[in-house]
Design a protein around this ligand. Structure first.
Ligand SMILES: *[C@@H]1O[C@H](CO)[C@@H](O)[C@H](O)[C@H]1NC(C)=O
Ligand SMILES: *[C@@H]1O[C@H](CO)[C@@H](O)[C@H](O)[C@H]1NC(C)=O
Ligand SMILES: *[C@@H]1O[C@H](CO)[C@@H](O)[C@H](O)[C@H]1NC(C)=O
Ligand SMILES: *[C@@H]1O[C@H](CO)[C@@H](O)[C@H](O)[C@H]1NC(C)=O
Length: 468
């Protein structure tokens, strides 16, 4: 016999799947909510349970719903609004995990490459892998995820340009951005943003940013929509100046796309105290940056985790988890989400060799032509590629046991279905105000997704009838 509480929980869950997160879009150098136009800053975490080595063609980080539900619940408590996932297998079903993170109020930024053969661009000889084989992976990820409203964007590459890279690599990566954006324009209902995630190699950092963000008259789609930077220069109780964050802010002050830390959280001083959070979301930096993602969710061999997964049934939240939570709870979400017309009205610069300062950095934009088979994929869609869709999230209880870093069990963790973006639990009460405005805007999004809305409302109706 199903209890009233259980029934009520599932009514709420079904109802919520109708109210997807509003898609985000790029406006000048900010991410904004496509319905409310509120500014969106990433309060994120990099998500690869099991590490890069844990990825296989049978299991990726978004294919096990029990794990996603557990992690989404723990992330909600932390105030996370975005995850980044590095390695994905297009043939797997991601509907449950995508729906769980969506219901949790959490967006996803997805890398399109993976480390298996044919899954990445070879940085030492990019022309050898710029081919239809690689594009089965790239477009496969786009196909698989294009229907989920909570996809914030795709990374066309991660740290491909580094000391080992051939000097022609930039133009191949820019060509991948072009091909992905052309594919999305032709085959997706929504213009999902595409960007690049750079290593923090200061000598070429600004050249890399300019190379991707400049406007090319004869190939406008090759322009990146955003720029991610993997930055580990703030260690322990550092400062805005000592860490070099002041230089980064100055460097990116004239950026014409949203810029954010696609990885941050130096672990040279342990435990991590995350004092950089106040700088990153503070008044000086928010003009240049749209937040960032902490590296990384689970504890792996390299020692960057916020939580430790002991086995499939128990999780421990580490000291770093608590320290990060304390920092984000101090943030002024009202200020962070206020839109600013100076920010949203910036215009791109034109591509020109004068933008590139380092002699070793490629300074021309003669992009490689799209291979003919890849052009076919763009025109007609990738054949036999599965596309995902949202499903009802019916479970709100977490089957796993959770312990804090002292070994004490935490019993109050549950997955909460949100009507808008997840936010840190500050005391200011401002998150409640933004929740109610999100509900209004979700009513609008129902029109855009009629099948989901009907499914949710229909199921809600039937459950209510069965109650009478
Ligand atoms: C940013 O643009 C302003 C105005 O054009 C200019 O004065 C300044 O030097 C630029 N800053 C950088 C770091 O390029
Ligand atoms: C999880 O692992 C840690 C150390 O690896 C251990 O101290 C702790 O007791 C484990 N917790 C559970 C619930 O198994
Ligand atoms: C809007 O952004 C500009 C820089 O892009 C900044 O100088 C200004 O202070 C911001 N305005 C508000 C109200 O935050
Ligand atoms: C597009 O413009 C760039 C920069 O001016 C140039 O190098 C490239 O050859 C042009 N491409 C085509 C196909 O005309």
């Amino acid at each position: 016999m199903i209890s009233y509480t259980q029934l009520f929980a599932s009514v709420c869950a079904l109802a919520s799947t109708a109210a997807a997160l509003n898609p985000l879009e790029v406006s000048g150098k900010d991410f904004v909510d496509s319905k409310t136009q509120d500014r969106f800053q990433i309060i994120g975490v990099d998500y690869q349970p099991g590490g890069a080595a844990g990825f296989t063609k049978k299991l990726d980080p978004l294919s096990d719903a029990d794990v996603c539900l557990r992690d989404a619940a723990l992330m909600q408590r932390l105030g996370i609004n975005t995850i980044r996932v590095y390695n994905l297998e297009p043939s797997l079903n991601h509907d449950e995990c995508a729906s769980i993170f969506n219901a949790a109020g959490i967006y996803m930024i997805l890398d399109v490459s993976n480390p298996l053969a044919g899954g990445y661009l070879d940085r030492s000889a990019p022309w050898t892998t710029y081919s239809a084989i690689y594009y089965k992976q790239v477009f496969g990820v786009v196909e698989g995820f294009k229907n989920y409203d909570n996809v914030l964007g795709f990374f066309a590459g991660n740290e491909v340009i580094n000391e080992d890279a051939h000097y022609l690599v930039p133009k191949y990566v820019r060509a991948i951005v072009r091909d992905m954006k052309d594919y999305i324009a032709k085959n997706s209902k929504r213009a999902i943003p595409v960007g690049y995630s750079a290593a923090d190699i200061r000598e070429i950092l600004m050249d890399t940013a300019h190379y991707f963000e400049c406007d090319l008259k004869n190939s406008t789609s090759s322009r990146s929509d955003f720029f991610g930077l993997n930055s580990y220069s703030w260690c322990g109780e550092s400062s805005y100046k000592k860490s070099g964050f002041d230089v980064l802010t100055e460097d990116f002050t004239n950026a014409t796309v949203p810029v954010f830390f696609s990885e941050y959280g130096c672990n040279e001083v342990q435990p991590r105290v995350f004092t950089e959070v106040q700088a990153l979301y503070g008044e000086e930096m928010t003009q240049a940056f749209s937040g960032g993602l902490v590296y990384e969710w689970t504890q792996e061999k390299n020692d960057y985790g916020l939580v430790k997964v002991n086995d499939s049934n128990t999780v421990t939240t580490l000291v770093d988890y608590d320290n990060f939570e304390k920092q984000v709870n101090k943030l002024d979400m009202e200020r962070i989400t206020t839109s600013n017309v100076t920010q949203t009205s910036v215009k791109p610069e034109a591509c020109s060799a004068s933008l590139i300062k380092d002699k070793s950095f490629y300074n021309a934009w003669d992009l490689p032509e799209v291979p003919s088979k890849v052009a076919d994929y763009i025109k007609n869609g990738l054949p036999d590629a599965p596309s995902g869709k949202f499903v009802s999230v019916s479970s709100t209880t977490i089957p796993q046991k959770v312990y804090d870093h002292t070994g004490k069990e935490i019993t109050d963790i549950k997955f909460e279905v949100k009507s808008g973006v997840n936010a840190p639990s500050s005391d200011s009460g401002s998150s409640e105000t933004s929740d109610s405005s999100d509900e209004t805007s979700n009513a609008g999004s129902l029109n855009g997704t009629p099948s989901l809305a009907l499914g949710g409302a229909g199921a809600l109706f039937m459950l209510l009838v069965s109650l009478l």
